[in-house]
Design a protein around this ligand. Structure first.
Ligand code: OSB
Ligand code: MG
Length: 360
């Protein structure tokens, strides 16, 4: 049994700007598990900085190396891995990277494609696009391109003070599109009067307006707005999802397997959303072709009822590290057939972009 990691530095095709900063490339840890002829892959959705949430590449690597890798090496099923890693508080992205590695391994061992291994698959995922902040002309052009390519929902990033300009221009040019906005927690309880003005733009939902770990103020805001609230950063466990719906803090949840500690917890959140007749979709963290295969698979499950931030590979990197990128047809992507993620790693690009590697 071999458990290896690589750290890659992948240049993005164009800079991605959110309320917490601009990325021009992505430093990502990739994990490779080899055992009895099976090779499984996963990646960590952490970044170099803890600006989206509390974890980053360095904390995740520490948790994986010093606590999780000994458990992974015993090759437990994902649910068992979850239980056995409970003694570590938080650090969900680190846990997810290892749980998903085991997901790919056990799906391959069983000979099943990832979506079927996870649950009831529809066989395709509906796709929306997440656009970073640009100047208005570029944003409008990117939206037109996305609509021409068949995307089923447009999401724009906003930040305090720029929301009216961005959403006003977008709505002037595209009065009828399915539109959402993501603030990545840029507002506080002092900004309610400003945030409430967003109601005039008829968004399908407003994503994570307030603090990254808040539910209570979101509940207060939700009562004062007609726009449904979607929570992303705040939902870090099934229990948080339950509390958010009980308090009417949101009507929509953006599931990211990394933020929730893996696929198992993500499936539990899907069940919770269903029990409240809410909406749920699969988010993204600018994943490589590895993480993207997991996202497309879970986004294909029957419980998912809104388009996800699961763009085809060609939106993201100058060169991705897979030889069989996803293709979008009529705003949908089909998960790979075959076993597990079904991805074929492009060893040339994997090597080209590796900045560190080692054994766990
Ligand atoms: O909040 O959804 C977010 C990317 C990095 C960190 C946070 C977010 C995002 C995105 C990009 O919106 C979604 C994608 O991968 O296309
Ligand atoms: Mg978000």
């Amino acid at each position: 049994m071999k458990l290896n990691y690589r750290k890659l530095k992948l240049p993005l095709k164009s800079p991605f700007t959110t309320s917490f900063g601009t990325d021009t490339d992505k430093d990502v840890f990739v994990f490779i598990l080899e055992h009895n002829g099976i090779t499984a892959y996963s990646e960590s959705v952490t970044d170099e900085n803890p600006f989206y949430g509390p974890e980053d590449n360095y904390t995740a690597f520490h948790i994986i190396k010093d606590y999780l890798s000994p458990i992974v090496k015993e090759l437990p099923e994902p649910a068992e891995f979850n239980e056995r890693s409970q003694f570590i508080k938080g650090n969900n992205m680190a846990k997810a990277a290892m749980e998903m590695l085991l997901y790919d391994y056990h799906a391959k061992l069983k000979g099943q494609p990832l979506d079927k291994f996870m649950g009831k698959s529809r066989g395709y995922a509906d796709v929306g696009i997440s656009l970073g902040m640009d100047n208005i002309e570029t944003t409008l052009k990117k939206i037109q391109d996305a609509l021409d390519r068949g995307y089923k929902r447009i999401k724009v990033k906003i930040m305090k003070g720029k929301e009216m300009d961005i959403l006003g221009s977008v709505r002037d040019s595209f009065p009828d599109i399915t539109l959402s906005a993501d603030a990545n927690s840029d507002y506080t309880e002092k900004d309610f009067d400003l945030v409430k003005k967003i109601d005039r733009y008829d968004l399908v939902y407003l994503e994570q307006p307030l603090y990254h770990d808040d539910i209570i103020y979101h509940a207060r805001l939700a009562k004062q707005m007609s726009t449904p609230i979607c929570l992303d950063e705040s939902i870090t466990s099934p229990e948080k999802a339950q509390k958010a719906f009980e308090m009417d803090a949101c009507k929509v949840i953006n599931i990211k397997e990394g933020r929730l500690g893996g696929i198992e917890n993500s499936l539990t959140v899907m069940d919770i959303v269903k029990s409240f007749n809410g909406h749920v979709w699969i988010g993204g963290m600018l994943e490589t072709g590895i993480g993207r295969a997991f996202n497309v698979s879970i986004a294909s499950l029957e419980g998912i009822n809104y388009p996800g931030d699961t763009s085809p590979n060609d939106k993201y990197f100058l060169h991705d590290i897979v030889k069989n990128p996803f293709k979008m047809v009529n705003g949908t992507i089909k998960p790979n057939k075959g076993k597990g993620t079904g991805i074929l790693i492009d060893k040339e690009y994997l090597n080209k972009y590796t900045i560190a590697e080692g054994v766990l």
